[in-house]
Design a protein. Sequence first.
Length: 388
Amino acid sequence: MQHVFIVGSKGIPANYGGYETFVEKLTGNQASPDIKYHVACAVDDEVDLGEFEHNGAHCFNVLRRPVGAAKAIFYDLDALKYCISYIERNHIERPIVYVLACRIGPFFKKYVRKIHSLGGSVYVNPDGHEWKRAKWPAPVRRYWKVSEKGMAKSADLMVCDSKNIERYIQSEYGRFRPNTTFIAYGADVSKSKLADGDPKWTGWLAEKGLSPDGYYLVVGRFVPENNYETMIREFMASDSKRDFALVTGVDDAFLAELERKTGFRSDSRIKFVGTVYDQELLKKVRENARGYFHGHEVGGTNPSLLEALSSTRLNLLLDVGFNREVAEGSALYWTKEPGSLASLIHEADSMPESRISALDMASSERIAAAYSWRYITDTYESLFLGKE
């Protein structure tokens, strides 16, 4: 039996974003009987400490200490301590400890040594360029870069969810001779279960003032590096008769900054429609958009891009390596140059059905072939069982 310990997500059942969904799908789609997963789960109260089973995985709750911005670091370290103790108590041979994100670089080496002394290996998923994110103040960004270096130096394997990230790790930390592999993030390739006349769907449209094929869409975190300013500015400059629906949680300070820079409130086509947590409804929203805008430029394989390529017929993506790597020729691309996206919107508004259908088929086939959760889970199982 190959025991795999997963540290760094908030845990399962998944109620959050990328890493949590990944662990949910990895355990929920498990096919091999030769793997036992152990998953660290974050709790904020000591009364919730304990262990439970989910998707056949052994889940153990770890207290997030109330230490402000550093709580994620201590959470990862405490989870690692638990893993080491569990491995020792149960005399587990050849364990794999898989750490998601590069938060604990300055402390990482001693834990790797201990796991090695127990006959285990330590894998790391470096995520995207966290040190580039505008939401972090400069000292935090410096910490992220130092931490990434420490983990690239000591990990037995870096599992990158993007070929661009893998190339970056090899280039940036080549002097440490990092061992890397590429396994992407996954996407749900099924269609929405909601019928066109379902009150949940028609009610949402009526509430938001939208109509099928009558809006362009973006879904994502409301942060500057996702280029909301460019997308809003370019849509306002376009002659589209459709709306621009932004599915996102709103940060008031950033919203005020966008209003100051773009004056979007004067354009009735720009509609912040809030978040959509119902996954079947969100699929329906994606499937009925005229097109999807993707402005992410920091990170690896982005989950919202995969979902859009799977569900939305026409995708207009910022032209960066991460996005081209995923979509290849199944999408249209824009730059941050003034007029680039606006002209692409004009093209999309009048695009013949045959061209849209061809792109839709190409993007759906791309996701099914390389990014379905079944494919991703099988690839991880081959890695963990040494079959790669």
